[in-house]
Design a binder for this molecule. Structure first.
Ligand SMILES: [Zn+2]
Length: 308
């Protein structure tokens, strides 16, 4: 493999930490607060953006509103719960259309592929024992290391576990595939390493030595090495067998609860699904209802219409 020559230990350590701790900015999800509609919704009166605000309803109570960002605008605030309920209905309807599902799948797979491609150059440093020691020394610069799981071990663990999740997400988003190893091997290997991590990550080394003896501590570390090496080997694979149909966007956990009753829950994922549902259209919110709803869908402004 030539990829391991592309990074030095220092670069690999930095890439590993960046990849693990930076939440990827999905093209659709973007940044934003806990209100899904902020940055997406437009004001029906002035066409400006809507922001989140609170209105006091008593000494201690308040309700969350979407209000116009322009303080001079006459539009009054609209309750977030009410609008989010309409956004959920809209998202469900759109994401059930085959063309929208196809668009979502292509874009989401591309995002996952980017994320996997960014992790790949680090893998050779995880797999090879000598290089892993070099990498660990880099990761251990600020390591207290009185715990069973030192911070460098923890860094490698979080990187491996998260990468296994992303690979699994990619496989089930793409759907049925008959080539390669069974994806269960990967999810099981990651689950076993997670279990060991959960058992020992908060435990001090000297306590294990005192209670169970030095030999037991060595056994724990041998097991740790065995589990992580298996996962690195599996993560090196590129083809995975998966016997089920591709998952659908509406099977996302962000759709489990009613949006109107749980505003702010999984806001990033919900915003991402809403963006896929919306495509190039725009959502306009009015303070008064028209035909039972406050949210209206507008086709994109045609000021950049084709010139022929
Ligand atoms: Zn306005």
């Amino acid at each position: 493999m030539t990829a391991d020559l592309e990074l030095t230990a220092r670069q690999a350590a930095k890439a590993l930490r960046d990849w693990t701790w930076r939440q990827p900015e999905t093209k659709a999800g973007g940044r934003g607060g806990t209100h899904i509609g902020v940055g997406v919704l437009r004001c029906a009166l002035c066409g400006g953006t809507l922001v989140g605000s609170d209105m006091a309803t008593g000494w201690y109570a308040s309700i969350a509103l979407y209000s116009c960002a322009d303080s001079d605008c006459e539009q009054t605030g609209v309750p977030v719960t009410e609008v989010d309920g309409e956004l959920e209905t809209f998202t469900r309807k759109r994401l059930a259309e085959p063309a929208v599902v196809a668009r979502w799948r292509a874009a989401y797979l591309a995002e996952l592929d980017d994320r996997i491609a960014e992790a790949r150059p680090v893998l050779p440093w995880c797999r090879d024992q000598r290089r892993r020691r070099q990498l660990s020394r880099r990761l251990a610069l600020f390591d207290g290391s009185a715990r069973c799981v030192s911070s460098s071990m923890g860094n490698l663990f979080f990187f491996g576990a998260e990468l296994a999740d992303v690979v699994y997400e990619r496989v089930r988003t793409a759907g049925e595939s008959k080539q390669g190893r069974s994806i269960r091997e990967l999810t099981q290997a990651a689950a076993e390493w997670r279990t060991l991590w959960r058992d020992i990550h908060g435990v001090a080394r000297r306590d294990v030595r005192r209670v169970l003896g030095r030999r037991h501590l060595k056994e724990i570390y041998d097991e740790w090495d065995r589990l992580q090496e298996r996962l690195w080997d599996l993560l090196n694979e590129t083809d995975w067998q998966y016997p089920y149909p591709a998952r659908l966007p509406l099977q996302d956990r962000a759709m489990d609860q009613k949006w109107s009753q749980s505003p702010g829950v999984m806001a990033r994922q919900r915003r991402s699904l809403l963006a896929y549902a919306l495509g190039d259209d725009q959502l306009v919110v009015a303070a008064t209802k028209a035909a039972g709803s406050r949210v209206r869908v507008d086709a994109p402004a045609s000021d950049d219409a084709e010139q022929s």
